[in-house]
Design a protein around this ligand. Structure first.
Ligand code: GLA
Length: 381
């Protein structure tokens, strides 16, 4: 397949040679949702689907980009001396955002193919950002570490694209290895590779196919609510991030959190941080029933306290549980996108058909399903 992609790249960029192939995965978060910007624990893993990039260096200061997924736009070329965000540049803004953080004097030709459905909450954008970082690093021997590339990609998303996301997506995509998930402490970036041993079970991703149209503004709104909660709590507690607060202290802090909405948001954050650590323990012990329960509890909290699910994600979760999953939850930012479910491998096919039917009846939408196959991080192929 790579040979084919290289042939296609040569057709789009005739005359250019020395193409090299790169891959950057998508990700799914198993648990630890909306706490990576509150200093909490998250447990994501990289997928084996992602974004391919075929690139060759140029002698001038231009970067030319073409994506199979946006073939109608054709080639977009920009200069490394003019790195302004332009709406009409569409996906290429992600390329620009990363280049703004990496000072190159010479550019490259880039041919892209992405297998991650856009807007599904599987991090197609972070996948693209890390892809660009790895390409620039490799073509020009910049000697940047994976962690440096993660930070560059994160800054590009925060500042250039304007989504105030936490570091989870870029971290797992840049750092994943040995087909393992990562338990990441987002307050200090300490991390631990976790083998995902599911025995007779597997994790299925269900895509609601509801596009997350409002997600950026709602996402930034939740961040602000957390900041408000933090300020209220700082009147009594010496904390820099919400997840520093112990459950006990939270129990005794109701009087400080005067706004009921803010109270609920903080309750999600504190409880999710606890659930994530418990889920990691359950996974390590092979206690999948407990792991599944924690997944479902995470969804309930995201639905009732954090209010980022919506009818599509809620009904997908319900149908997963109704038809035999031992745990199910939304994953990613929410407001549409994907849910995951822990199901017995030998029952998966039958279960998917039932969930598909029920979900269609409830929402009028057709869901897509993919098994989670854990993959490695962004790399040269
Ligand atoms: C998006 C963001 C992440 C994280 C999740 C919610 O995927 O990019 O940083 O906040 O939402 O857990």
């Amino acid at each position: 397949m790579i040979t084919k992609l290289i042939e296609k790249a040569k057709k789009v960029f005739p005359g250019s040679d020395n193409f090299q192939a790169f891959f950057s995965p998508g990700r799914v978060n198993l648990i630890g949702e909306h706490i990576d910007y509150n200093g909490g624990f998250v447990l994501p893993c990289a997928l084996d689907i992602g974004t391919f990039g075929i690139a060759s260096p140029r002698d001038d200061e231009f970067i030319s980009c073409y994506s199979e997924n946006f073939s109608e736009i054709g080639i977009i070329t920009f200069s490394l001396r003019d790195l302004e965000y332009r709406l009409e540049d569409n996906w290429v803004n992600y390329v620009k955002g990363v280049m703004k953080e990496i000072e190159l004097t010479k550019g490259f030709n880039l041919y892209v193919r992405g297998d991650i459905p856009n807007g599904a909450g599987l991090s197609s954008s972070a996948s693209l950002e890390l892809l660009i970082g790895v390409i620039a690093n490799t073509l020009y021997n910049l000697g940047l570490s994976n962690l440096e590339l993660v930070k560059i990609a994160h800054k590009a998303e925060n500042e250039f694209i304007g989504v105030k996301c936490g570091i989870m997506d870029q971290f797992i995509i840049g750092m994943a290895k040995d087909k393992s998930g990562i338990l990441l402490n987002t307050s200090n970036l300490e991390h631990h590779y976790v083998k995902i041993n599911l025995g007779d079970y597997l994790i299925i991703i269900g895509n609601t196919n509801k596009k997350r149209s409002l997600s950026t503004s709602k996402y930034n709104e939740r961040r602000e609510e957390c900041e408000q909660g933090l300020k209220m709590l700082q009147k009594r507690f010496e904390i820099k991030e919400l997840c520093e607060l112990s459950c006990n202290d939270f129990e005794n802090s109701q009087a400080l959190l005067t706004d009921p909405i803010i109270y609920k948001r903080v309750r999600h954050v504190i409880s999710e941080n606890e659930r994530t650590q418990a889920a990691y323990q359950a996974l390590e012990k092979g206690n999948l029933v407990e792991f599944g329960k924690l997944l479902s509890a995470s969804h309930d909290s995201l639905r009732d306290d954090y209010e980022v699910t919506g009818i599509e994600l809620d009904s997908l979760q319900e149908f997963f549980l109704k038809h035999g999953a031992i745990g199910a939850r939304m994953t990613g930012a929410g407001f549409g996108g994907c849910a995951i479910a822990l199901v017995r491998s030998d029952e998966a096919e039958h279960l998917i058909e039932k969930v598909r039917e029920g979900y269609k009846e409830a929402t009028g939408l057709e869901a897509d399903f993919y098994p989670v196959r854990v993959g490695n991080g962004a790399r040269k192929l």
